[in-house]
Write a protein that binds this ligand. Sequence first.
Ligand SMILES: [Zn+2]
Ligand SMILES: [Zn+2]
Length: 425
Amino acid sequence: MGQKITKKELERAELFYKDQRFDDAVEDWKRALKRVRKPQDRFQLCGRICLALCDVGKYREALTFAGQQCEIATAIDDATYKADAFFNIAISNEKSCEFAKAISYCKRTLQMHPDKAVLSGKINLCLANAYAGISEFRKAWTNYVRAMDEAKSTSDRVLELQTSAKMGTLFCRLGDYESCTAYCNNALELLGDLMDDDPDLKYRRQVVVQIAEAFRKQGRLAEAMDSCEDAMKIAMRYSDRPVQARCLYLFADIHRKRSDAERAYPRYESAYSIMSEIGDRVGQMEVLGGMAKTAVLQRDYEKASELNNKALDLSAKVDCKLGMLRCHARQQLLNERQKHLSSSLDANNETYIKKLVQEMELFCGVCGEVIGQNPERLEPLSCGHFVHARCAPHLARSTLGRAGRRRPCPACRSNSSRNPALHLT
Ligand SMILES: [Zn+2]
Ligand SMILES: [Zn+2]
């Protein structure tokens, strides 16, 4: 009797999952989990629940199921199970902005997995996302490239589209919106190959909202609004809280860009409340930044400073160096407007900014300018450093007739001589 019910629940859960009704699938899996005894089956169920919870933004709860997997793996003393459990812990941590933990669990998975090939591309992707979270762009990029190579060599279309979309996100952070859009469009193309009942279609709304953000950052507000409305509609249909929050943030940003603070504020607030509920602290940090800019729009510099400090606090907590840099830069502008503030504050900001740029290696090795200050086309080098696309031709080796060969990356070389070219103006 019990077995029969369980089997039915499991079949129904699969159907829910195919329909992207992740919450409903999780409820059935949880009920089944109460009746299933065999450790291996319990392990699989916990894994499904963990990943589906990540899909709906319940990252902290996901972590508890990854923890249960760990206990089961330890009890049956199986190395593959342990590695799989560690990887799910890594994924849940990356989603909840615990980037250092995610990196450490990814590395442990890589070390201990008896059959590394099975997960390696996915681990590289998770590692890359975590490194991007703490703004270590060079390590992020090299891991994305590894994930992409693995996806292509194993014809793993889903890994390829996930990686392509995340590469797009990375370019967006670095201010190269053209490359961002190109990588996102590549992901959309790969999504086009999926069947209508494929749960991996969930990635489409994430990609569309990323494209919206790239439009927004380029000042193409009407297009940004269209894409964002598309993503929001689908996110509502599937109760996708993370994407809903992202859309609300972008709507607010678009209104702010149109100097409409009245419309911007409530949307920032809604985005903020969803993000704090799901634990997306990087998102919260971005929202606070947007709110600070809205306060500037209203010439309420005190409020702007207060919001900016909150954003700085959060970015420091999750170790998002790019976020910290933006907050310091914003504070510098605010100090200029509030002339009564002491100039020692400015000097402090300057020191922090220089230190962060150096830590992130956020300068073009050729011209020495800081990357991401202005929107610009970038080119990644094989070491993972980025240079401006306009500077890349300078790396072509023109001497001695060795056509097609490249000079070594100037950033790597200058780092080894401890003399990074840095200009901050
Ligand atoms: Zn350059
Ligand atoms: Zn380099």
